[in-house]
Write a protein that binds this ligand. Structure first.
Ligand code: SF4
Length: 331
């Protein structure tokens, strides 16, 4: 069950005299906002629900809020803004939607698998939904005799990772544990740390070792296939924390200097239909969320690379390839 911190929401409403609010949440959490709507309406607040997906703290509904004349945004499912400056005329409350199931029992099963191996230090990081359990996870690992490294991560929060930021991980640790549902954060962590990582899934009560080789080979496949491309489409998203026209223009210049061509297309959500409507391109350069290229490359009819990977494509060489370039926003 998700903890929606209704008390905190109410305090925010009263303190700010909130009259109208727009609620945004990732698709998987939208069904849980009903109880928040009821709470807000009981307190005289007019509520609008954003039907758009909410991919991360980079994706804030400023445009919808301005259009509706709403100053208050209730953002569910993420820790806070990422790569976004909140304008003075908008007030946002972030409700992370913590998940109440303790991941420690499943974490312990994974610890059992490594306890007799030559493991000294372990690194633990988590998506925001499970961050409240970090202290207990650390205690459990210490009881097993491991040294535990939990670093400051996104937004200065201990142990927090998001899809494009993994500084909470110690890449030198003998084993890395990511507490999160699905493969999204574990795959990113594998790319960032250049090693296999353990995924602890509190939703399915499963643990699994996620392969670095598998994810990196998919990136290398895309990069190598883009080397022969003559005609690129550069993807720009207008989502506030993903927007990077400067990178797109610079990339276009570099591509043209290398005797190839590039168009720039502007999206909000990047979908297969929109990409296909734009016609045929030999390769795509994605300046929006870097995870589109990593996790959703099937959206693109031909190879897709991220800005950090362009240099390998243009020099037609994978010498010095750094997997972190595969989740980088920078050229
Ligand atoms: S850019 Fe992508 S990975 Fe980064 S916060 Fe936004 S949605 Fe998440």
């Amino acid at each position: 069950m998700y903890i929606l911190e209704k008390e905190r929401i109410l305090q925010w409403v009263v303190r700010n005299k909130v009259d109208k609010v727009i609620i945004q949440a990732p698709n998987g959490l939208k069904q849980h906002v009903r109880e928040i709507i009821d709470l807000l309406e009981e307190n005289g607040v007019t509520v609008f629900i954003s039907a758009s997906h909410t991919w991360g703290g980079c994706d804030i509904v400023f445009d919808e809020a301005y259009k509706l004349g709403v100053k208050y945004v209730l953002h569910i499912g993420h820790h806070g803004p990422h790569r976004v400056t909140i304008p003075d005329n908008i007030s946002i409350l972030f409700i992370p939607a913590y998940f109440d199931r303790n991941p420690t029992p499943i974490f312990e099963k994974a610890l059992e698998e490594i306890k007799d191996k030559k493991v000294n230090t372990i690194s633990i990081a988590t998506s925001v939904q499970h961050i409240k359990w970090l202290r207990e996870l650390r205690k459990k690992a210490l009881n097993y005799g491991f040294r535990v490294n939990i670093r400051k991560g996104v937004g200065g929060l201990e142990g927090l990772v998001i899809g494009c930021e993994y500084s909470a991980i110690d890449p030198e640790a003998d084993e890395i544990f990511i507490v999160s549902g699905g493969y999204f954060h574990a795959l990113g962590a594998a790319l960032w740390s250049r090693k296999d990582v353990w995924k602890i899934d509190p939703y399915l009560s499963l643990y699994e070792r996620v392969s670095y080789r598998k994810v990196v080979s998919r990136r290398l496949y895309n990069i190598t296939n883009a080397m022969d491309a003559k005609k690129f489409l550069i993807i720009v998203s207008v989502k506030p924390g993903q927007y990077s026209m400067e990178t797109a223009l610079k990339a276009k210049r570099l591509i043209i200097e290398n005797n190839r061509s590039a168009d720039i297309a502007v999206f909000n959500d990047v979908t297969m239909e929109k990409i296909q409507n734009l016609g045929k391109y030999d390769a795509y350069l994605n300046t929006a969320c870097p995870r589109l290229a990593v996790d959703d490359s099937s959206l693109f009819p031909s190879p897709v690379i991220n800005p950090g990977e362009l240099k390998y494509v243009l020099k037609r060489s994978l010498d010095d390839y750094d997997p972190r370039d595969s989740i980088s926003f920078s050229l």
